[in-house]
Ligand binder design. Structure first.
Ligand code: 5GP
Length: 188
């Protein structure tokens, strides 16, 4: 997606350890016009799939997921990173966060992820694929089918795509980062 790639090169910042900071337009301050275009691009890339629900994980996946859900007229459900006392029929999975370097338990209610669901998962980044592993686990527990996974930015050098390839899941990333070493952003 050219508009996104241009913006990453213009406003993205490299941090040591292979981290790309896009907090001026994606995950702190947000650009709704760009987010709307991102939603349209995801819709176009997954339009051939029988999707009935958009799933994401808080917090940074929610904004793009809402645009996709709005455009496709589908409900959006987000996986929570804290377990609310009041959640009914909770499914959980443990996810390792490499940006925070710790494990955390994510959860979703099986009231909103069930065997009839054909989901599209949307998130801001694909790095090592740990969040994606958790989503796959939750979908297996619930009996839901994953129709595809869409990421705004994939860091190809961290290899997370293999997680989906091993499960035969369709992946679409709107910008692919090949390298971040020497504090230079190299896009595919
Ligand atoms: P993964 O689970 O694929 O290893 O990492 C994906 C998650 O970690 C995303 O949900 C995202 O929030 C966070 N993440 C991974 N890499 C980056 C990065 O380079 N920059 C930012 N801002 N977040 C990242």
């Amino acid at each position: 997606m050219e508009l996104l790639k241009k913006r990453i090169l213009q406003d993205g910042k490299c941090f040591p350890g292979g981290i790309l900071k896009v907090d001026s337009f994606i995950n702190h301050q947000m650009d709704p016009t760009l987010m709307y275009e991102i939603g349209k691009e995801f819709m176009a890339r997954f339009k051939d799939r029988p999707i009935n629900k958009i799933v994401t994980i808080e917090a940074s996946g929610i904004a793009p997921a809402i645009f996709v859900g709005y455009l496709m007229h589908l409900p959006v459900v987000f996986i929570k990173k804290k377990q609310p006392k009041t959640m009914e029929n909770m499914l959980t999975s443990v996810v390792h966060s490499f940006t925070k370097d710790r494990d955390y338990t994510v959860c979703i209610s099986s009231n909103f992820l069930c065997p009839e669901d054909h989901i599209l998962f949307i998130d801001d980044f694909l790095a090592f694929g740990n969040a994606a592993k958790g989503v796959i686990d939750l979908c297996k527990q619930s009996g839901a089918t994953i129709e595809g996974m869409g990421f705004i930015i994939e860091k190809a050098f961290q290899g997370g795509r293999k997680v989906m390839d091993d499960e035969n899941i369709k992946v679409e990333s709107l910008a692919i980062v090949e390298d971040l070493s020497d504090c230079k952003i190299v896009l595919r």
